[in-house]
Each structure stands twice: as C-alpha cells, then as structure tokens.
Write a protein that binds this ligand. Structure first.
Ligand code: IFM
Length: 435
C-alpha cells in the first residue's frame, strides 16, 4: 500500500503575512447611473409616455422625480469623491439635449457641462453613455430604433455631444445593453415601444449595430485633432451560461448558440469599432431542457434555493470570472461597466461586492486585461418596470425627501478603491480564505 500522508493540522500563516489582493495601478473604481433612472423630470422621452399608462410599472410608479439627481448632482458627485472613487459612468439624456428634432437645448447641454466639469474637478474620470434605453419622443414617432434613419439621427446627436462636451469625456459607451433593449422592447413588449415582433426586433438590432459603428467612427474622426484619445465601447450585458444536464449534445449545442447570440453577436457585427469592451454582468443561468407542447424548451432552473437578490437574480460570483475568460480572445481592454445587486440587506451587498471583486482579481491574475469596475449603482433609483422597490444603491435614497444616506457597502467599496486592493481585513471579516 502506498504510504499516505495524514493531515492532522492545517497550518495558517499569521494574519500579517497575508497579502492584500492588489489591483493594477491606475485601475478605475467607479459607480454607474443612467439619466432616466436618476435625474427626474425627463418628460420628453418615450419612457415617460410609457409610464403614464396604468399597470406597466410596479406600484404604479413613474420616473417623475426619480432620485432628483438633475438638481442634486453636486451632492451625488461629492459622495463619489468622499468614497475615493476615481471614475463615474453616467448617461446623457438625448431627449433633453434634442427635445425636438434638430433643435438643441443649450441650457440642458450647459447642465451636463457642469456635471462633467464637476467630476473632473474632483479627479473623477467620466464615462458617458449616449443611449441608455430612453429615446426622444420625436425619434420614437419616426420609428425609433426600428425606423429608417435611426443611425443617422444618432450620428447627428453623437456629433453634437462631441462638439459641445467631447473635451470633458474620457470614455464613451455609445449604447447600454442593446440585446436587453431589443428583447424587452421588441420581443417581450415590456418596455417601450412595447412590440412583440421578430421582424422589428431584427430591424432594431441591425440599426443599433449600424448606429454604434457610425457613432464610433464619428467620435474617432472628431477626436483626431483633440488632445484626448477617443475611447469608445458598448456596455454589453453578458450572461454566464451553463446547461443543467451533463453529457447532452443537444443541451450543449443550445448553450453554444445562446452564448454566441447573446454574448458575442453584437461584438462580432461591430468588430473593429471598439477600443474597449464594456461588460454589464448580472446573470448566471443554468438551463434545462423540458418537453414543451411542440418542441423542447429550456428553462432557467430556480429550484435549488440558492442565494438570490430581492428581484430573484442568483448571486453567483464565479460567473463574472467566466464571462471575463470568454472575452480574452477579443484582445481588448475590459471595463466592467455595471455589476450590482438589488437588496435591502446591505450586508449582502457588502459580501456581493467583495466576492465579485475577488473573482475579478483572479481574472486579472489569469492574464485578462481588466482596467476598471463600475458598481451599479451610486444611488437607489427608478428600476424601469420594477419601479423603486429594487434597491441597487451604494447610497440609500429616501424617495419622499430625497435625502441621501451612504450605506455601509459604500464604505467598504470606498476602502477597496482607496487602497486599490482588497485588504486582508476585509477578506477575513467576510469569512473569505485569505490566501
Ligand atoms: O438598472 C439597470 C440598468 O439600467 C441597466 N443594467 C441593469 C440595471 C439593473 O437592472
């Protein structure tokens, strides 16, 4: 019999010998928001009209004052600075800047200029999204993203933004989660324009692809003579996908096709027009095939009773590592443009942040070029059809008084940003192995 080593005692190094998990120098630590979700008073976009009809938004909420950031941005950005963040992702509301076709609202542009200037003055690098789910009502009347000249309208808007604000912007996300937008708005009918049409979904997808390409070209062209290099990407929603059943070729094939379509098709069709890959990571799905009436269907398994957020999204830190690995082959720098959890339990948010960041740390160690992380969200806000109950904020917002109260999770995240590392103390506090 081979000799066996019997482990009787596990030797742990004393605490001071454990090294913090260090991130690369210059790593961006940010938070993310979107105009319609936080600003309030966005009455000229399609979402505003959509919200007015009963039954569409949980609790019959509307975006009315949202988190009132249009008026309180200075206070909000003060919170970023106080928590040592060096980057912020925000979106510009197209319907404020171009409220009627071809007419520019100089006061709104001026307000965005103040916002971006305020961020820069605090040493916070702005990442700006040009389309984050809401469009001007006039554009919706012209067919929105499924309409004929969609990419042309967006190109004009992009050029105007560059001309007015370009010198203040470090990173551009032309769009937020185009795939989510197409599914919610054109297949499920849950968001404006409320369609359920494969044809229109396809048109919208193709136009979003074309619009991204044109906007990216425009920004690069305009930046040619500028001091600041153009850094353009898209904030894409990526899902970590697995099949529930082992050794089933059909299931594997389904996963491969879903992965190609959801995670890679937009990147594929827009190849060559990204300076970085923006990744919004929320979802892990294990799919199983069940017999449907006419064909086999695949469902997301929820029966395992795993830890979930308040809105039923599984908490699965390893998934962020997996989607990072998938992107390695694209050879571009990666920014996690969103990641966060809807919960009223802030301890859960603390654990969430630390455990997802730990996975990112390991992804970086494995050689993936990840350069920043933007937590969703700086503030509790208007969570689309879910209204205000889903609390994603590092900062609690009282929606009656609009008082801001930073949560403990913001402190922990801020400490990680300050140290550019997850300290041993934080890891140990959370019961993570420290080596
Ligand atoms: O609130 C949204 C955001 O607008 C886009 N990404 C996902 C977030 C949470 O659902």
């Amino acid at each position: 019999m081979p000799e066996q080593t019997v482990i009787t005692k596990v030797e742990l190094a004393p605490a001071h010998e454990h090294k913090p998990l260090r991130f690369p120098p210059g790593f961006l630590w940010g938070a993310a928001t979107a105009a319609h979700q936080v600003e309030g008073g966005n009455t000229r976009n399609d979402w505003w009209l959509w919200e007015q009809k009963s039954g569409r938004i949980a609790g019959e909420a509307t975006s009315e004052r949202a988190s009132d950031s249009w008026n309180r941005f200075e206070e909000d950005f003060g919170l970023l600075a106080a928590h040592h963040l060096n980057a912020h992702r925000l979106s510009l509301e197209w319907s404020r800047i171009e409220p009627r076709e071809g007419e520019w609202d100089e006061a709104a542009i001026g307000r965005y200029r103040q916002m971006l200037t305020s961020l820069r003055a605090k040493g916070i690098s702005p990442m700006v999204t040009l389309f984050h789910f809401s469009i001007p009502q006039w554009f919706a009347v012209r067919g929105g993203w499924a309409g004929r000249n969609a990419a042309g309208y967006f190109d004009r808007f992009t050029r105007k933004v560059y001309a007015e604000l370009g010198e203040l912007i470090d990173f551009w996300c032309t769009q937020n989660e185009p795939m989510v937008y197409v599914v919610q708005g054109y297949l499920l009918g849950l968001w404006p324009p409320g369609k359920r049409s494969y044809r229109e979904a396809w048109l919208a997808f193709k136009n979003l692809v074309g619009a991204h390409r044109r906007a990216s070209d425009a920004i690069h062209e305009l930046a040619r003579t500028a001091e600041r290099p153009a850094r353009v990407g898209v904030a894409n929603n990526l899902i970590s996908l697995y099949s529930y059943r082992k050794h089933s070729l059909l299931d594997d094939l389904y996963i491969i096709v879903s992965d190609k379509v959801w995670n890679h098709e937009f990147y594929r069709e827009t190849a060559g027009s990204h300076d970085f890959l923006g990744v919004n990571y929320y979802f892990h799905q294990r799919l199983s095939r069940e017999r449907g009436r006419f064909f086999d269907v695949f469902v997301d398994i929820r029966a395992e009773n795993r830890e979930m957020s308040d809105i039923g999204w599984e908490i699965y830190p390893a998934g962020i590592f997996d989607v990072m690995l998938e992107l390695k082959e694209l050879h571009l720098p990666i920014y996690v443009t969103e990641n966060g959890v809807a919960t009223l339990n802030d301890d859960r948010r603390v654990r969430f942040i630390v455990s997802y960041l730990k996975e990112l740390y390991h992804a970086i160690q494995s050689g993936i070029d990840i350069r920043g992380y933007f937590h969703w969200s700086l503030l509790d806000n208007f969570e689309w059809e879910k209204g205000y109950a889903a609390r994603f904020g590092l900062t609690e917002v009282d929606f009656k008084t609009f008082r801001r109260t930073p949560r403990k999770s913001f402190e922990v995240y801020g400490e990680i940003a300050r140290q550019n590392a997850i300290s041993h103390d934080i890891l140990r506090y959370l019961g993570h192995a420290v080596e």
